[in-house]
Design a protein around this ligand. Structure first.
Ligand code: HEM
Length: 169
């Protein structure tokens, strides 16, 4: 039994499900709800981020998925050297990994923008100044772009992860 491979797959797929599920849940349900809540929106976000450590937990899941995935890729390709990388199966996992990595990078940007939004929200006591409002709207636009890009990249990654093993020509 190849215990290492089994453990890596459990970590990779388990953390991946948590990560991708969390991202899609945020884009499809949580973000529109926060937008619709008005003044209660930032409070909801503060509870999610500060008390429930949402961004920290998502970052851990994303890191574990990428780390275990990179390790599996390293094993499968015999240390990034074998013909496996150029095979159709290897190419399929390679494309999936690439989009997973894009999702990971944009996920980091989401975390940064969320922190900036939280800080700004704390500074905005009462009626926000025009500068604060402009900065808030700019950050929200960035956040929406990063979130959509992450979600689309991760969907492509999952599709290739699901198909790659069957790319046998
Ligand atoms: C972040 C970059 C990623 C890398 C580098 C990566 C890499 C890999 C590799 C090399 C394999 C083959 C494992 C084996 O030999 O058994 C694999 C399988 C798999 N990956 Fe990823 N992956 C990434 C992202 C994801 C994401 C985001 C998901 C979503 C849940 C995911 C889900 C899966 C699944 C379900 C399999 C099993 C496929 C099968 O056995 O046919 N991966 N991944």
């Amino acid at each position: 039994m190849d215990y290492l491979h089994i453990v890596l797959r459990i970590v990779h797929i388990g953390a991946g499900v948590f990560w991708v599920g969390g991202v899609l849940m945020t884009v499809v349900f949580i973000a529109p709800t926060v937008g619709a809540l008005g003044d209660a929106g930032p409070k909801f976000m503060a509870h999610l981020v500060k008390n429930l450590k949402f961004t920290t937990r998502m970052s851990i899941a994303a890191g574990l998925t990428a780390l275990a995935g990179a390790w599996l890729y390293w094993i499968d390709s015999g240390g990034f050297q074998s013909a496996w990388m150029m095979s159709s199966v290897g190419t399929g996992f390679g494309i999936g990994s690439f989009f997973g990595a894009v999702g990971f990078v944009f996920g980091i940007l989401i975390g940064r923008t969320t922190n900036a939004l939280m800080k700004l929200g704390e500074q905005m006591q009462g009626k926000p100044s025009p500068e604060q409002l402009t900065r808030f709207q700019t950050l929200q636009k960035k956040q929406a772009f990063y979130s959509r890009t992450t979600a689309i990249s991760l969907i492509i990654s999952v599709v290739f992860m699901a198909m790659a093993r069957f790319f046998v020509l």
